[in-house]
Design a binder for this molecule. Structure first.
Ligand code: COA
Length: 406
């Protein structure tokens, strides 16, 4: 197996911040690209800072910025802009997720960057599409999940509830990475650079695509059903409490809504209630009738679950061909060695925080092994990038440092 990532040889100028953009460039870095993260001198990217531990990189920063090189540059100074323009010429891709108009204000418009490097892939991630009526609006993750359908479909009938993880941030970042790689492939074939734009709202609309089935069927938006089945009233489909009834001691059980499925009958065998099988009990005959009488079916499931943990329940049910998923939190995942063995959880060593475990890259490729590195120290690659890559002398570098340009 080769250890070289498929993107090795490509260089990315990374002008991203927080989660959405940084996840995009982290993905490119895991796949082997050389990612130069541009940060403000002294302070660094704002995501480095946390109120809990000022002066130490936030865990969030480490999670989003693995395998990158950090360089400092005050993009608002003329000397800093000149450095960025030089870098633009030796990079294949530039990625940014600043507020609307910020790149243009810096003088780094697409047209300017294309002038500097006609084959540049110029990738921008914004909250909203840059041609639409919301183009000037700022956005964090919940703004995108609210304006991109997802929250309208999530929560209780009378209360929309946002997702607890940043789906819009990380999802849009990953989709941007995918589009950048496609643009690089096109560049290989046709010799052209291009601009790639993605809006978090638009990504969320596309991610919410399953909502169009009920919308088209009923002519109105789907209802919210908490942990139930959104497409149809069927049972069992819920998140049930398990032994020992702690905060996250739950298992989700869902039996297929499709006719002919044996999953409910299998469940009846497992929980010792053959009297509730489809052919025996008229109330339990179909997924819909079970929903109408869900007090019976849910009651039987809850009685059985009193004796099992979520892990035991998941194992027993899945082995009997009943779809069931334990509610696993960060602690469960971090402490279960299987995730580390297959590289989903990886251990990093941070100079200030020591060793800890965080999520890695999900896909597996037969010819590639992702080698994980901790997020970079602020300006850790200044010498390499400004010295070796751009050819600035030690005197020039220390003068720029003195002036806080780098
Ligand atoms: C997320 C967001 C709302 C944050 O807004 P914000 O805190 O006001 O930050 P902005 O990105 O608007 O501004 C960053 C500023 O830092 C400046 N900056 C960034 N890097 C710099 C550097 N290396 N040197 C000097 N200045 C720098 C930018 O030029 C910009 O200045 P300006 O406001 O004068 O144009 C906004 O960036 C945004 O809408 N981004 C796009 C959507 C997105 O990615 N959201 C999710 C983030 S997880």
């Amino acid at each position: 197996m080769s250890c070289k990532g498929p993107l090795s040889g490509y260089r990315v100028l990374d002008m991203t911040q927080f989660e959405s953009g940084t996840v995009c460039t982290e993905t490119l870095a895991w796949l082997g690209a050389e990612v130069l993260k541009v940060e403000r001198p002294v302070k660094g990217e704002l995501g480095r800072y946390s109120q809990a531990n000022p002066g130490v990189d936030s865990y969030g920063f480490v999670v989003m910025n693995m395998n990158k090189k950090s360089i400092t540059c005050d993009a608002k100074s003329p000397e800093g802009l000149a450095l960025l323009e030089k870098l633009m010429k030796v990079c294949d891709v530039v990625v940014e997720n600043m507020g609307p108009g910020s790149m243009d204000k810096l003088g780094l418009t697409y047209d300017r960057c294309k002038e500097l490097n006609p084959k540049i892939i110029y990738a921008s991630l914004k909250g909203f599409d840059q041609t639409g009526p919301y183009k000037d609006y700022p956005a964090f993750d919940p703004i995108a999940t609210h304006t991109g359908v997802m929250v309208s479909a999530t929560g209780l009938p009378e209360q929309p509830i946002k997702c607890g993880v940043s789906v819009a941030d990380s999802g849009t970042g990953m989709t941007l990475a995918m589009s950048i790689i496609a643009a690089l492939l096109q560049r290989e074939r046709e010799g052209i650079g291009q601009r790639v734009d993605v809006a978090m709202q638009d990504f969320m609309i596309c991610l919410s695509r399953s909502q169009w089935e009920p919308f088209l069927n009923k002519g109105k938006p789907n209802r919210r059903v908490a942990n139930g089945m959104p497409l149809e009233d069927v049972a069992p489909s819920d998140t049930y409490p398990c032994k020992p009834f702690g905060l996250n001691d739950y298992v989700h059980i869902y039996c297929s809504r499709h006719p002919g499925s044996k999953q409910w009958d299998n469940l009846c065998d497992v929980i010792g209630r053959p009297d509730l099988k489809q052919d025996v009990c008229p109330e339990m005959a179909t997924p819909t009738s079970r929903f109408v009488h869900r007090d019976i079916c849910d009651g039987a499931i809850k009685d059985w679950l009193k004796n099992y943990t979520k892990f035991e329940a998941m194992d027993i049910l899945c082995k009997a061909d009943i779809p069931a998923g334990a509610l696993l939190d960060c602690e469960d995942i971090t402490n279960d060695p299987q995730y580390q063995e297959r590289g989903i959880i990886v251990e990093v060593e941070h100079p200030q925080r020591g060793k800890f475990k965080i999520p890695g890259f999900a896909p597996k490729m037969s010819a590639v092994k992702v080698e994980y590195e901790c997020s970079p120290e602020l300006g850790g690659s200044n010498e390499e990038v400004y010295g070796k890559l751009l050819g600035l002398s030690a005197e020039e570098r220390s003068a720029l440092k003195e002036k806080k340009v780098i």
